[in-house]
Design a protein around this ligand. Structure first.
Ligand code: HEM
Length: 85
């Protein structure tokens, strides 16, 4: 499935998914869902990712030590696109 085929979500909907067991984050207009295992164990930066849970994490991600490989990993978690209202 390409990003263009994914559903649209409003920021209000994304905001409901704001816990470690249910964590959605907006990044540059895309919506991403991070599994608890990734947040608590796999993310090299640790659970700090939760600071962006239910929110726009673009600044946090871009200010962090993320390179092309992190961007590539990010793609796997894409579930949708932010609906502008
Ligand atoms: C929107 C999603 C993400 C957010 C908000 C985020 C946030 C952060 C933050 C704030 C840090 C800095 C931690 C510190 O300074 O101690 C960090 C570190 C890091 N993140 Fe992320 N991250 C995200 C997704 C990812 C993804 C998908 C990867 C891919 C593997 C990744 C890989 C890393 C790496 C390699 C570091 C550096 C860890 C180190 O200092 O050794 N991040 N992240």
């Amino acid at each position: 499935m390409t990003a263009a085929e994914l559903p649209f979500y409003t920021a209000e909907e994304v905001a409901k998914h704001n816990s470690e067991s249910d964590c959605w984050v907006i990044y540059r207009g895309g919506v991403y869902a991070f599994p608890e295992e990734f947040i608590m164990s796999s993310h090299p930066g640790g659970p700090v990712l939760l600071d962006a849970a239910g929110k726009d994490g673009t600044i946090l991600f871009d200010d962090g030590p993320h390179g092309d490989s992190a961007r590539e990993v990010l793609l796997h978690f894409r579930i949708g696109t932010l609906k502008k209202d």
